[in-house]
Ligand binder design. Structure first.
Ligand SMILES: Nc1nc2c(c(=O)[nH]1)N[C@H]1C(S)=C(S)[C@@H](COP(=O)(O)OP(=O)(O)OC[C@H]3O[C@@H](n4cnc5c(N)ncnc54)[C@H](O)[C@@H]3O)O[C@H]1N2
Ligand code: MOO
Length: 401
């Protein structure tokens, strides 16, 4: 049985870049940048006001002093000419600072008497002025390749005057569910039948990293039927194929056998993780194949711990891992065996406002409602002796990034 890190290293060795494409800003959210965003102008492009008020020479303004109003500067329409000594200019947020002014006084700190403006507070040079290039300067590298395009980064790319961005292509993913017992949600459930749920959870988890996720439906535990479904996925040029079920050693667990018959080079089967031990991984041409166990929690755990990091690599994210995230346990953990245990956990605040993780005692890999009630996996190391309340342990946040 392979350690999780070793498995990831082997999978990463098979990843081939998918190339790039150009997308408009509106379609760029959550994509990964392929070519750097370099500033083509200064931001702000000119010294500008940060407040609605009056542009002044700081040395002439101040408590008890007054200046003569010489005109107005609006955002989009500057005050033309020079602001002379003894003068001030009505100015609004974002307007260019008039020539001669070196500070802005917010209007709440002034009094207006006709065209005379007097000042209620001390004024310093540069006050409420945004200097040209203070945000970014022409030539600055604003966003590096390999960066996830978050909302703020999309806003920055737009501010740098780029209407479209070059991003990495995303893989086409297909999901196949196998099992004689499976029926689609909404069916009338016959004797011995189970509703197929893995494909829905997996698609929801993985679609942010996919060009599209194709649900290939349910296939019976019949080698010929499995073969036909797999062949059609390979013919469609799927980049990542995910199967669930039939991964173990049961008499009707055909998945591995059929994959091999179709020319899939199996790289590994079985990991030192719990749940999720029977995970298999192989490659056929350009397609990476993950054979996930059928148990619903095992399928989701292997998708979180193995498939998702792989997809982050495929889409070219430079940082595929969160910084290790450790918190104190709100309750004890029993000893662990030789497989790393991914336990369901709920993040809570203790009486002092500190974040803690409350272990959920349910460990059955078929028990999906307890996973749905969790917001993280607690990562208990292999052969851990057990932990007492308050001991610090790593957690993997489930649905935030
Ligand atoms: N003798 C052994 N038996 C088992 C071992 C073992 O090492 N020796 N490993 C166990 C472990 S660990 C797991 S995990 C499971 C994995 O089994 P399979 O991948 O073959 O999964 P199935 O048998 O097809 O299904 C297991 C379970 O999950 C339900 N299922 C399947 N597909 C779906 C789906 N799409 N949506 C919802 N639920 C699904 C299925 O009905 C079964 O209840 O093997 C252990 N056995
Ligand atoms: O690994 Mo299985 O997923 O323990 O039930």
């Amino acid at each position: 049985m392979l350690a999780v890190e070793e498995a990831l290293k082997r999978i990463y060795g098979h990843i081939k870049p998918l190339g790039t494409e150009t997308v408009p800003l509106r379609a760029a959210a959550n994509r990964v940048l392929a070519e750097p965003v370099i500033a083509r102008h200064n931001q702000p492009p000119f010294d500008s006001s940060a407040m609605d008020g009056y542009a002044v020479r700081a040395a002439e303004a101040g408590i008890g002093r007054s200046l003569t109003l010489a005109g107005t500067a609006q955002a989009g329409q500057r005050f033309v000419g020079m602001m002379d000594r003894g003068q001030c200019v009505r100015i609004f947020t974002g307007a260019p600072l008039p020539i001669g002014a070196d500070a802005v006084v917010m209007q709440e700190e002034t009094e207006v008497h006709g065209n005379q403006i007097s000042f209620l507070e001390a004024v310093r040079v540069g006050q409420s002025v945004r200097r040209q290039g203070n945000d970014f300067k022409r030539g600055d590298a604003l966003i590096a390749p390999g960066t996830l395009l978050t909302p703020a980064r999309i806003s920055l790319a737009a501010a740098s005057n780029l209407p479209e961005l070059v991003v990495n292509r995303r893989p086409r993913i297909a999901i196949l569910s196998s099992g004689d017992e499976l029926v689609q949600p909404g069916s009338s459930i016959g004797a011995d039948q189970i509703v197929s749920s893995n494909n829905f959870g997996l698609a929801a988890l993985l679609s942010p990293f996919a060009e599209r996720v194709v649900d290939l439906g349910i296939v019976r535990d019949d080698p010929k039927a499995i073969e036909a479904a797999l062949l059609s996925a390979f013919d469609d040029g799927i980049d990542v194929l995910i199967t669930s079920g039939g991964a173990s050693v049961g008499d009707r667990d055909y998945m591995q056998e059929v994959l091999k018959d179709l020319g899939v080079a199996m790289d590994f089967w079985k990991l030192r993780m719990r749940p999720g031990k029977p995970l298999m991984f192989g490659v056929r041409g350009r397609t990476l194949i993950f054979g996930l166990p059928g148990n619903p929690v095992s399928a989701m755990a292997t998708a979180h711990v193995v498939v998702k990091p792989t997809l982050k690599r495929i889409v070219g994210l430079a940082e595929t891992e969160w910084p290790r995230f450790t918190v104190a346990l709100a309750g004890p953990l029993p000893a662990n065996g030789p497989r790393r245990h991914y336990l369901r956990g709920k993040l809570i605040r203790n009486d002092f406002g500190m974040l803690e993780v409350d272990p959920i005692s349910e460990t059955d890999s078929g028990h999906i409602s307890s996973l749905a009630a969790s917001d993280c996996f607690i990562v208990q190391p292999e052969n851990d002796e057990g932990r007492s309340k308050g001991s610090v342990i790593e957690v993997i946040p489930l649905d935030w990034g």
